[in-house]
Design a protein around this ligand. Structure first.
Ligand SMILES: [Zn+2]
Length: 232
């Protein structure tokens, strides 16, 4: 018996009239990884300026006098940066949980930490929230901390953590710009180092059966851009 629940897919499941239109990985092409690292350095410089400015202006970091940089200070910075990277992934995971998924955490061989939810389909806009949550939420948290700890040397550490979090979000920003090229009705599945986008399949015309995928299309990894795949 058909119930109303048959029409509303459970959260995380893909409606059956959707098809994969993109499978994208950061590590998919060597050039992509190189470009991402260059852009990451570029962001590091930009956010370096922004967070330094905030540390002196908002955090009242003393610009006069010496800042001692011994082993304990270096250790503290290292611990702060590692904690920031962990918090970054936890924030992705919490956002995934907010949209009903059960996130998994791990580390890739390149030393890249990740939070992911295999096979879970998010609405496009929800996925944008998941991608940008650490950049937005943790940046606000670090700036708030600088303001609360005005005049203390902790402001410098918060600034450094803010720079690493923002520059480290380069992959998230890149993915966001790609996902936003698809309509808001699209669904996105997260992969450890990329994502898959699903779009509404072209509607079957009256009397004409819905075209079936060929075996080759179904088995091969097919990236069809909607721009080159007209719906009429
Ligand atoms: Zn991220």
């Amino acid at each position: 018996m058909k119930t109303i629940n048959d029409q509303i897919p459970a959260s995380g499941t893909l409606p059956d009239n959707y098809q994969e239109v993109l499978s994208w990985k950061l590590t998919g092409k060597p050039m992509r990884l190189i470009a991402m690292n260059i852009l990451g350095v570029f962001l590091f410089v930009i956010f370096g300026f922004i967070f330094s400015w905030l540390a002196f202006r908002l955090g009242d970091l003393p610009s006069e006098g010496e800042i001692k940089l011994g082993p304990s200070e270096i250790g503290l910075v290292l611990a702060g940066v590692i904690l920031t990277l962990v918090l970054h992934e936890l924030t992705h995971g919490l956002a995934m949980q907010m949209f009903g998924a059960k996130p998994k955490y791990g580390i890739l061989w390149q030393g890249m930490l990740y939070a992911t939810s295999p096979g879970y389909a998010y609405r496009r806009n929800n996925y944008v929230v998941i991608a940008l949550a650490p950049f937005v939420f943790l940046s606000i948290l670090f700036v708030l901390g600088m303001w609360l700890l005005q005049g203390a040397l902790w402001v410098a550490l918060l600034g450094i953590c803010g720079i690493f979090n923002a520059a480290g979000a380069i992959g998230d920003m890149w993915i966001t710009t790609i996902v936003l090229r698809y309509p808001a009705t699209a669904y996105v599945m997260d992969e450890r180092d990329g994502m898959r986008v699903f779009s509404l399949a072209p509607p079957a015309r009256a009397g004409v059966p819905k075209p079936r995928k060929t075996h080759q299309q179904a088995d091969g990894v097919q990236n069809c851009d909607p721009m080159t795949n007209p719906t009429n």
